[in-house]
Design a protein. Structure first.
Length: 205
Protein backbone atom coordinates (compact mmCIF):
# COMPACT_ATOMS: atom_id res chain seq x y z
CA UNK A 1 0.00 0.00 0.00
CA UNK A 2 1.38 3.39 -1.08
CA UNK A 3 1.86 5.85 1.64
CA UNK A 4 0.56 9.40 1.51
CA UNK A 5 4.09 10.82 1.47
CA UNK A 6 4.99 8.88 -1.69
CA UNK A 7 1.90 10.23 -3.46
CA UNK A 8 2.89 13.78 -2.52
CA UNK A 9 6.46 13.38 -3.94
CA UNK A 10 5.06 11.94 -7.18
CA UNK A 11 2.70 14.89 -7.55
CA UNK A 12 5.55 17.39 -7.05
CA UNK A 13 7.67 15.63 -9.66
CA UNK A 14 4.93 15.75 -12.28
CA UNK A 15 4.31 19.40 -11.54
CA UNK A 16 8.00 20.30 -12.00
CA UNK A 17 8.28 18.51 -15.37
CA UNK A 18 5.13 20.00 -16.93
CA UNK A 19 4.25 22.92 -14.83
CA UNK A 20 3.05 25.17 -17.71
CA UNK A 21 1.66 22.35 -19.75
CA UNK A 22 3.87 23.12 -22.80
CA UNK A 23 7.15 21.31 -22.17
CA UNK A 24 8.38 19.42 -25.29
CA UNK A 25 9.92 16.16 -24.10
CA UNK A 26 10.56 14.73 -27.57
CA UNK A 27 14.04 13.65 -28.62
CA UNK A 28 14.18 16.28 -31.44
CA UNK A 29 16.29 18.69 -29.35
CA UNK A 30 15.57 21.99 -27.71
CA UNK A 31 12.58 24.20 -28.39
CA UNK A 32 12.41 26.26 -31.61
CA UNK A 33 12.16 30.02 -31.06
CA UNK A 34 9.17 31.79 -32.53
CA UNK A 35 9.81 34.92 -34.60
CA UNK A 36 8.28 38.06 -33.17
CA UNK A 37 7.11 40.95 -35.38
CA UNK A 38 9.21 44.10 -35.18
CA UNK A 39 7.96 47.65 -35.24
CA UNK A 40 8.35 47.95 -39.06
CA UNK A 41 6.47 44.73 -39.73
CA UNK A 42 9.46 42.49 -40.32
CA UNK A 43 10.07 39.43 -38.25
CA UNK A 44 13.05 39.09 -35.98
CA UNK A 45 14.55 36.09 -34.36
CA UNK A 46 16.02 32.87 -35.67
CA UNK A 47 15.10 31.54 -39.11
CA UNK A 48 13.37 28.33 -39.71
CA UNK A 49 15.50 25.24 -39.87
CA UNK A 50 17.05 24.58 -43.32
CA UNK A 51 16.80 28.19 -44.63
CA UNK A 52 20.14 29.57 -45.92
CA UNK A 53 20.88 33.15 -44.86
CA UNK A 54 21.40 35.67 -47.69
CA UNK A 55 25.03 36.36 -48.67
CA UNK A 56 26.43 39.62 -47.39
CA UNK A 57 27.41 42.26 -49.98
CA UNK A 58 31.21 42.20 -50.36
CA UNK A 59 32.95 45.40 -49.43
CA UNK A 60 35.86 46.93 -51.39
CA UNK A 61 39.26 46.23 -49.95
CA UNK A 62 40.98 49.36 -48.67
CA UNK A 63 43.47 50.80 -51.16
CA UNK A 64 42.18 48.80 -54.13
CA UNK A 65 41.76 50.75 -57.37
CA UNK A 66 40.01 50.05 -60.61
CA UNK A 67 42.40 48.90 -63.28
CA UNK A 68 42.63 51.36 -66.22
CA UNK A 69 40.98 50.13 -69.36
CA UNK A 70 42.58 50.12 -72.78
CA UNK A 71 40.44 53.10 -73.78
CA UNK A 72 41.89 55.15 -70.96
CA UNK A 73 45.45 54.52 -72.11
CA UNK A 74 46.75 57.67 -73.86
CA UNK A 75 47.56 57.22 -77.55
CA UNK A 76 51.17 57.74 -78.61
CA UNK A 77 51.99 61.24 -79.74
CA UNK A 78 51.95 61.80 -83.45
CA UNK A 79 55.29 62.58 -84.99
CA UNK A 80 55.89 66.24 -85.27
CA UNK A 81 57.38 68.36 -87.93
CA UNK A 82 61.01 67.32 -88.74
CA UNK A 83 63.53 69.58 -87.08
CA UNK A 84 66.99 70.67 -88.09
CA UNK A 85 68.36 67.85 -85.94
CA UNK A 86 66.64 65.40 -88.28
CA UNK A 87 68.48 66.90 -91.24
CA UNK A 88 65.56 68.98 -92.44
CA UNK A 89 66.11 72.71 -92.91
CA UNK A 90 62.42 73.46 -93.36
CA UNK A 91 63.20 75.02 -96.79
CA UNK A 92 60.28 75.53 -99.12
CA UNK A 93 61.15 73.99 -102.49
CA UNK A 94 58.35 75.93 -104.17
CA UNK A 95 59.73 79.44 -103.89
CA UNK A 96 58.19 81.86 -106.41
CA UNK A 97 60.09 82.95 -109.49
CA UNK A 98 62.19 86.00 -108.68
CA UNK A 99 60.90 88.97 -110.73
CA UNK A 100 64.14 90.95 -110.77
CA UNK A 101 66.91 88.33 -110.69
CA UNK A 102 68.37 86.52 -113.68
CA UNK A 103 71.14 84.08 -114.48
CA UNK A 104 73.35 85.61 -117.20
CA UNK A 105 74.93 83.30 -119.78
CA UNK A 106 76.13 85.36 -122.77
CA UNK A 107 75.80 88.70 -124.47
CA UNK A 108 74.70 89.35 -128.04
CA UNK A 109 75.13 92.50 -130.12
CA UNK A 110 71.96 92.21 -132.20
CA UNK A 111 71.27 94.92 -134.73
CA UNK A 112 73.96 97.11 -133.26
CA UNK A 113 72.38 97.02 -129.79
CA UNK A 114 73.59 95.14 -126.75
CA UNK A 115 71.56 92.32 -125.26
CA UNK A 116 72.02 89.61 -122.65
CA UNK A 117 70.99 85.96 -122.92
CA UNK A 118 69.45 85.08 -119.55
CA UNK A 119 67.12 82.77 -117.65
CA UNK A 120 64.72 83.51 -114.83
CA UNK A 121 64.66 81.29 -111.77
CA UNK A 122 64.16 80.97 -108.04
CA UNK A 123 66.22 80.12 -104.99
CA UNK A 124 66.27 76.47 -104.02
CA UNK A 125 67.24 74.77 -100.76
CA UNK A 126 70.83 74.87 -99.64
CA UNK A 127 72.47 71.42 -99.37
CA UNK A 128 73.75 70.43 -95.93
CA UNK A 129 77.38 70.89 -97.02
CA UNK A 130 76.82 74.27 -98.73
CA UNK A 131 77.06 77.84 -97.47
CA UNK A 132 74.21 79.13 -99.58
CA UNK A 133 71.11 78.26 -101.59
CA UNK A 134 71.40 77.63 -105.34
CA UNK A 135 69.62 79.72 -107.95
CA UNK A 136 67.52 77.23 -109.92
CA UNK A 137 66.65 78.42 -113.41
CA UNK A 138 63.34 77.68 -115.10
CA UNK A 139 62.06 77.94 -118.63
CA UNK A 140 64.00 78.81 -121.74
CA UNK A 141 66.72 81.32 -122.39
CA UNK A 142 65.41 84.78 -123.25
CA UNK A 143 66.93 88.01 -124.57
CA UNK A 144 66.98 91.23 -122.52
CA UNK A 145 68.31 94.47 -124.05
CA UNK A 146 70.98 96.31 -122.06
CA UNK A 147 71.97 99.97 -122.10
CA UNK A 148 75.63 100.35 -123.06
CA UNK A 149 75.90 102.99 -120.35
CA UNK A 150 74.34 100.76 -117.66
CA UNK A 151 75.67 100.84 -114.14
CA UNK A 152 77.21 97.42 -113.35
CA UNK A 153 78.59 96.06 -110.09
CA UNK A 154 80.30 92.69 -109.67
CA UNK A 155 81.76 90.44 -106.96
CA UNK A 156 83.67 87.16 -107.01
CA UNK A 157 84.50 85.62 -109.48
CA UNK A 158 84.45 88.63 -111.81
CA UNK A 159 86.41 90.71 -109.29
CA UNK A 160 88.27 89.70 -106.14
CA UNK A 161 86.24 89.91 -102.95
CA UNK A 162 82.67 89.40 -101.81
CA UNK A 163 81.67 93.09 -101.84
CA UNK A 164 80.06 94.57 -104.94
CA UNK A 165 82.43 96.78 -106.94
CA UNK A 166 81.56 99.08 -109.79
CA UNK A 167 82.96 97.96 -113.15
CA UNK A 168 82.54 99.19 -116.73
CA UNK A 169 80.13 97.57 -119.14
CA UNK A 170 82.99 96.53 -121.43
CA UNK A 171 84.84 94.84 -118.55
CA UNK A 172 81.68 92.91 -117.79
CA UNK A 173 81.24 91.88 -121.45
CA UNK A 174 84.86 90.78 -121.68
CA UNK A 175 84.38 88.48 -118.69
CA UNK A 176 81.21 87.00 -120.20
CA UNK A 177 83.01 86.34 -123.47
CA UNK A 178 85.83 84.53 -121.60
CA UNK A 179 83.39 82.57 -119.39
CA UNK A 180 80.30 81.70 -121.46
CA UNK A 181 77.35 79.97 -119.83
CA UNK A 182 78.57 80.75 -116.32
CA UNK A 183 75.02 81.45 -115.12
CA UNK A 184 76.08 84.12 -112.60
CA UNK A 185 73.05 85.67 -110.88
CA UNK A 186 72.38 89.39 -111.22
CA UNK A 187 69.67 91.69 -109.92
CA UNK A 188 68.56 94.03 -112.67
CA UNK A 189 66.48 97.16 -113.24
CA UNK A 190 64.90 98.31 -116.49
CA UNK A 191 64.99 101.93 -117.66
CA UNK A 192 62.20 103.83 -119.33
CA UNK A 193 63.23 102.43 -122.71
CA UNK A 194 62.86 98.81 -121.48
CA UNK A 195 66.63 98.15 -121.46
CA UNK A 196 68.68 97.14 -118.41
CA UNK A 197 70.16 100.28 -116.87
CA UNK A 198 71.35 98.78 -113.57
CA UNK A 199 72.93 95.35 -113.01
CA UNK A 200 74.26 94.08 -109.66
CA UNK A 201 75.84 90.67 -109.20
CA UNK A 202 74.40 88.58 -106.37
CA UNK A 203 77.19 86.94 -104.39
CA UNK A 204 76.74 83.20 -104.03
CA UNK A 205 79.21 81.12 -102.00
Amino acid sequence: MVSASAVAVLALTLTACDGDGGTDTSSGGGPTATAEPAADGTKTGSTAAGTKPAAATPTKAPGSAKSPSAAATPAPAEPGTPSAADGSSGCDHKMPISPDEIAVYRYTPEGGSLGLTVKYGNWGCAPADSDGAPFETVGKEIYLPMDQAAYVTATDPIVAGTENQHIGVQEFLDWLEAHPDSGLVFKYHLGDDGAIDHLDEVFTP
